[in-house]
Design a protein around this ligand. Sequence first.
Ligand SMILES: *[C@@H]1O[C@H](CO)[C@@H](O)[C@H](O)[C@H]1NC(C)=O
Length: 166
Amino acid sequence: MAASTTITFALIACTLCFMSGTSLARLTPNFYSKTCPQVFEAVGSVVRAAVSRERRMGASLLRLHFHDCFVNGCDASILLDDTPTFRGEKTAAPNNNSARGFDVIDMIKSNVERVCPGVVSCADILAITAFKSVVAVSITEYILVLFTILFSMFNSEQVNQPVSSF
Ligand SMILES: *[C@@H]1O[C@H](CO)[C@@H](O)[C@H](O)[C@H]1NC(C)=O
């Protein structure tokens, strides 16, 4: 009894070690450095073109990744189309007519498949797209917005206003 309990604990400990080792190995920006070193540029070039056509697309692509991760992790399941026997996340109430940028993801997927066929997962395409979207919109833009908000907070007239009740 005691021996089998010890063995069970040892097995669980080994499994946990193995799982944490596996997930650490997966969560690295260098994951495709040998199998598809061009992946970041293959994604980035399409993202930059899309953001230069419509600036809002940067935020939409970042949001698409968030909405994918929201349901059972970042597995790209938000990209699945409905079939007669399957209803996915794409048309679920919070996403229907709200999540956007699927056409851009299709272009990114085609571009990535052109340079590295069958290598990069759709989940990783969504993650790299979110990263490249933030870069494309430019971090300096967020800093400027932050300063604008700060300066509006330092306005002495607003300091004397009563606090809003929301
Ligand atoms: C999603 O939106 C479309 C277009 O407005 C609508 O026809 C469809 O019924 C909606 N699907 C769901 C599952 O709500």
